[in-house]
Design a protein around this ligand. Sequence first.
Ligand SMILES: *[C@@H]1O[C@H](CO)[C@@H](O)[C@H](O)[C@H]1NC(C)=O
Length: 211
Amino acid sequence: MVFAVACAALALWAGAMMPAAADEAAAPPPPPPSLDDFVPDVVRHPPVDVLAVRFGDKQLGLGEELTPTQVKAPPALTWEANAQDFYTVCMTDPDAPSRATPTNREFLHWLVGNVPGGDVARGEVLAEYVGSGPPLGTGLHRYVLLVFRQPGRMEFDDEPRRNATSRIGRPRFSVQHFADRFALEQPAVAGTYYLAQWDDYVPTLHAQFTS
Ligand SMILES: *[C@@H]1O[C@H](CO)[C@@H](O)[C@H](O)[C@H]1NC(C)=O
């Protein structure tokens, strides 16, 4: 009798478990983040190495989600830089205004050329840093950070300068096009990305744009 009840219970339990097991088989877990996750949307080839990025005390994991609040200020970047080389550093959003409909791909967030060795602060600012401002309801955007080695010290004379209070010159940027135009070494020596979606800091960020 006890055995019969146990068998019935086991049969019920097995029946209840079956659909869940079937669901898992139908939807395999997503692959882990990789440097291919923005190829070819941003660049033709993935960067050689993962770029080390730190926003304040927060060390970025590749493809991790951060909030606009966490990325207000420019991050610290570390890569295997040669002291005698110059680099171009870029942060760009291919998912503007949304990943589903990226009609403004890419929105340029940060561009610094002639970075001597690994010292971004001593580079030539072509676009001042602006943090992530994904509009409400547009889901997760990818924010891609790349470091290209330059053939040498370069003149960026015909490249516009973009300040942090203006959107001018930021939408419909292409870092691939920029790298081709200035013959930067490809693929990029280092890169990474994070994901972000709207949070309540975004209206403050948008208010900093006066044009
Ligand atoms: C920022 O750039 C815009 C567009 O080029 C310009 O109109 C504005 O005067 C600049 N603002 C500052 C503070 O330089």
